[in-house]
Design a protein. Structure first.
Length: 593
């Protein structure tokens, strides 16, 4: 038993470690074997970690938490539920339903009587142990990302909206709102009640009393994704998207840096938990969890191996090129350059191939050469011409667009401070560079002057994930609100005319991927639930939706060779998605799914 996708959540209790994965799996491990005293079991892969039990959600598993008495494990999932499992057999006990979007976290209260959940629907819920809903609490204006209990009656939540809120579980009342001023992904509570949070500027926020205001300590060069406190509250560990793990002394209130350690390429900064011996179990991009020993500043990545998940696909010279968690460039399924870490995009430009991802490095996709290093992950790329010279635009996790001139050498010529959050998609149409931000904002930049020409704030009501050029100067975007939005120049749009238009997609889950035919008539979208649907701009209608994968659709592209769309999924497979016309099948001859 092991994971085949990134590990997004880690929890620890005694000798047990639980991991929550983007492969929909929840796995219980025996960590005591690492100390030479663990049990034997068929779940061992001979790597010193014994998998005791595994269960699956219907979608990504984002987080997990043990009850304090060690009898139960709760998991939070993108299938819109949290689930309580008995230990150690992981038998399903209760399903906590009611959220309208991905559940990001679920935590037991200190007395284990209650479970609090938070989700991307911006609602905070409190359930009794038997699954009864106690309260559903609104107040946050952005996705709610994390929570921590202060005591048996109160807990705090963090959000994209830049606030930290304290809630009373019994009354459902928000007791106070604390302005952090920036997206805050993680929060922890010290034994004395001190609140510690990490924000998207890489700052540690500390609140020491009921009426206190946060005191900030600069810590990382990019957002802090996870922080954990030692059991006595004197040591803090922070994990940032600058690929660093910080160890801080908290014994005098304000964080004091003890050590800053580079994280191995296999580490995902989203998940961590403290083991009884003081080591930190950390999430990875597949297989099993890693261990960090703060005392020795040493990593143990035994058994960690990236899974087969694909994150991007494109067509180059008639061949399909894909890349994913393993960082290996695959051309028609044949392995090429091994870039050594998870990659989010692969993009042909000026006769070359480029890739980039979690380490913030831009690669030559054929030689593997590192062309540029950024201080945060790279998400997407688009090629365009400027002054007759080929250029490449790269979108970053920290909201910048990096612009490179592709001449004899690859030269960074401009950093555009385009967005306040991750750039999720880039594409070029005519003289415009179109960018999609995670916070739902869209921007258009002139490809010659690189100046902003248009901006639409909160164009999507949930996280925006994808954008595509339509071939006629128009663009399309889509996201977790499951709405396809068209941004058309005047006189176009299949009877719509110009302007902005919205169409609710039939996808039951959040939409991740988007692609268009070269003429812009057909637009394909793919969801985290594995569904795809094609929109026809000729009559502004959706073809019947298909579920082509259980693993979720990561990316889409148009294949000129096939005359059809190609979808890449998180299980590592490519699928043909034919056009909804009678003669579409003839284009698919010779292209293997």
């Amino acid at each position: 038993m092991h994971h085949i996708g990134p590990i997004a959540g880690v929890a620890a209790h005694g000798s047990w470690v639980a991991t929550a994965g983007y492969d929909n799996r929840l796995i219980l491990w025996d960590a005591a074997l690492l100390n030479g005293a663990g049990s034997n079991g068929a779940g061992s892969d001979g790597v010193g970690r014994v998998a005791l039990a595994r269960v699956d959600h219907d979608h990504l598993v984002n987080a997990c938490d043990f009850s304090h008495d060690g009898r139960w494990l709760v998991s939070a999932s993108s299938d819109y539920t949290a689930r309580i499992w008995s230990l150690p057999d992981l038998r399903l006990s209760v399903v906590l339903a009611g959220h309208g979007d991905d559940v990001d976290m679920a935590r037991f209260s200190p007395d284990d009587r209650l479970i609090a959940t938070c989700a991307l629907d911006r609602i905070v819920r409190v359930y009794a142990r038997d699954g009864r809903l106690i309260h559903a609490m609104a107040g946050h204006t952005g996705n709610v990302l994390s929570l921590a209990w202060l005591d048996g009656a109160r807990f705090v939540t963090t959000s994209v909206d830049g606030t930290l809120r304290e809630w009373h579980a019994a009354t459902g009342v928000c007791r106070r709102v604390i302005e952090i001023g920036m997206r805050t992904d993680c929060v922890a509570i010290a034994p004395d009640g001190t609140i510690v949070a990490g924000d998207d500027r890489g700052r540690i926020a500390v609140l020491t009393g009921a009426g206190s205001i946060p005191e900030f300590t600069p810590a990382h060069r990019a957002g802090i994704k996870k922080l954990v406190l030692s059991r006595d509250g004197t040591r803090l560990v922070t994990l940032g998207y600058d690929r660093a793990l910080g160890v801080w002394d908290m014994s005098h209130g304000a964080p004091r840096l003890v050590a800053m350690n580079a994280m191995p390429a296999a580490i995902w900064a989203r998940a961590a938990a403290v083991l009884p011996d003081g080591r930190i179990a950390v999430g990875t991009f597949g297989g099993t969890y890693a261990l960090f020993d703060p005392a020795r500043e040493a990593w143990d990545c035994t058994g960690v191996a990236a899974g087969p998940a694909l994150n991007a696909v494109t067509e180059r010279y008639g061949a399909l090129v894909a890349i994913g968690d393993a960082g290996v460039v695959l051309t028609e399924g044949v392995a090429g350059a091994d870039l050594g870490s998870l990659c989010n995009f692969v993009a042909p430009a000026a006769g070359r191939l480029f890739a980039g991802g979690h380490l913030g490095e831009l690669y030559d996709g054929e030689s593997g050469q590192i062309l540029h290093r950024h201080h945060a992950p790279l998400n997407c790329a688009a090629s365009f011409a400027r002054g007759g010279v080929p250029h490449l635009a790269v979108g970053t996790y920290t909201g910048e667009i990096l612009v490179f001139a592709l001449a004899a050498t690859v030269q960074l010529v401009k950093i555009i401070a385009a967005h306040g959050n991750a750039v999720k998609a880039l594409c070029q149409g005519y003289d415009r560079l179109f960018s999609v931000c995670a916070n739902g904002t869209l921007a258009w930049h002139d490809t010659e002057t690189l100046t902003e020409r248009r901006r639409v704030e909160r164009a999507h009501t949930r996280i925006a994930n994808a954008g595509v050029a339509l071939g006629d100067g128009g663009f399309a975007s889509v996201g977790r609100d499951r709405v396809l939005r068209l941004w058309l120049p005047g006189g176009l749009g299949g009877g719509l005319g110009g302007g902005d238009h919205a169409f609710a997609t039939p996808h039951p889950n959040s939409v991740k991927a988007l692609a268009a035919s070269p003429c812009g008539r057909w637009i394909a979208s793919g969801s985290y639930g594995g569904t795809v649907v094609i929109f026809d701009r000729a009559d502004n209608s959706f073809a019947p939706m298909q579920r082509i994968s259980k693993a979720g659709i990561a990316a889409l592209c148009w294949s000129a060779r096939a005359g059809a769309f190609v979808a890449a999924d998180y299980a590592g497979a490519l699928h043909i998605v034919a056009l909804p016309v009678a003669d579409a099948a003839k284009f698919a001859v010779g292209l293997a799914a």
